[in-house]
Design a binder for this molecule. Structure first.
Ligand code: 13P
Ligand code: SF4
Length: 310
């Protein structure tokens, strides 16, 4: 009789991926929103900041990056000479696509003395045109590091920018970008969940709208949400972010309950990566993520400035 593992396609796929990974000396990095089975096979699962730190320090090559394109691009910027692969070349971030270099140059011409702080959810070319990068884990710190007499253009996430402005008391020039997935979470969803689970803590991502953030007990990056849940003495949580994070929350906290604020907060781009595509990617060396060297060098400066602060 065939063993249970050989009849389970997911398990045998996982075994093939692991074997191929060892053969190549590859590392698998996965974002906290990836499918459960993708997270489970990764060497490191984390938020944008943690993943870029892992990419910067890994000795493995290639890096199989299970996330969206700007994350894999960040790894390519940090690791010149290494092969960075993404399982699905269409895994992009709509927010990152809400600004172009030309538009940023126009904005900079309007405010020539302003410092440009760009969220990591942006293209390499936009990062190269910016002064400093940030992630949701360090955006407040990055803005606080800029002298108070300096004007700041904050791109591309208006919601994160709004949140940072409220935390720092700084007036920021905001870009009208947003995350369509996080904007599906409504204040009404939070109100309903609070009524259903009155003892629960509301924890949300700063890409949510300001009226959702106003109802939260805690606002953090995806890894910040995981840390809060782990360390909290409370056992019930309403989670206002992309629902892929529920896998890790439940796995790491078996005695606690997690309720998504909205089941609609499901990022289709993050879910494009699958085990099958991961295996093809390792077998075929596709899809390789590259950044033109002149852009890479300028984008690297903005990321390094951020990493120095983080
Ligand atoms: P984190 O950096 O908090 O993981 O967020 C990335 C992202 O794309 C959120 O939508
Ligand atoms: Fe982009 Fe939003 Fe998806 Fe994150 S959840 S990758 S910001 S669309």
């Amino acid at each position: 009789m065939a063993s249970k593992s050989s009849t389970n396609p997911e398990t045998s796929l996982a075994a093939k991926i692991l074997a191929r990974k060892r053969e190549l000396n590859a590392v698998i990095l996965a974002h906290n929103y990836q499918r459960a089975e993708v997270q489970d096979i990764a060497d490191f699962v984390g938020d944008s900041l943690g993943l870029s730190q892992q990419a910067a320090k890994t000795k493995a090559d290639p890096i199989l990056f299970c996330g969206v394109d700007f994350m894999a691009e960040t790894a390519a910027i940090l690791c010149p000479g290494k092969t960075v692969l993404i399982p699905d070349e269409n895994a992009g971030c709509p927010m990152a696509n809400m600004m172009t270099v030309r538009e940023l140059r126009e904005k900079k011409a309007e405010y020539p003395d302003a410092v440009v702080v760009t969220y990591v959810n942006s293209s390499a070319a936009v990062k190269a045109e910016s002064d400093i990068c940030c992630t949701s884990a360090n955006a407040v710190k990055v803005v606080e590091s800029i002298p108070r007499d300096k004007r700041i253009i904050f791109t591309p996430d208006q919601s994160l920018g709004d949140y940072v402005a409220s935390r720092t008391g700084r007036k920021l020039i905001l870009w009208p970008g947003y995350c369509p997935t996080h904007h599906r979470i409504l204040a009404d969803d939070i109100a309903k969940a609070k009524a259903a689970y009155p003892g629960a803590k509301v924890v949300v991502h700063p890409e949510c709208t300001s009226d959702v953030i106003a109802l939260a007990d805690h606002v953090a990056s995806t890894s910040g949400i995981l840390k809060y849940a782990r360390e909290s003495t409370v056992a019930e949580f309403i989670i206002g972010t992309e629902i892929g994070i529920l896998h890790r929350l439940k796995k790491e906290n078996p005695g606690k309950n997690f309720h998504p604020a909205s089941r609609l907060a499901d990022c289709p781009n993050m879910k494009l990566n699958t085990l099958e595509k991961m295996l093809w990617s390792l077998e075929d060396g596709a899809y390789r993520v590259t950044v033109p060297e002149d852009v890479r060098v300028r984008a690297l400066k903005t990321i390094e400035r951020m990493l120095a602060i983080a």
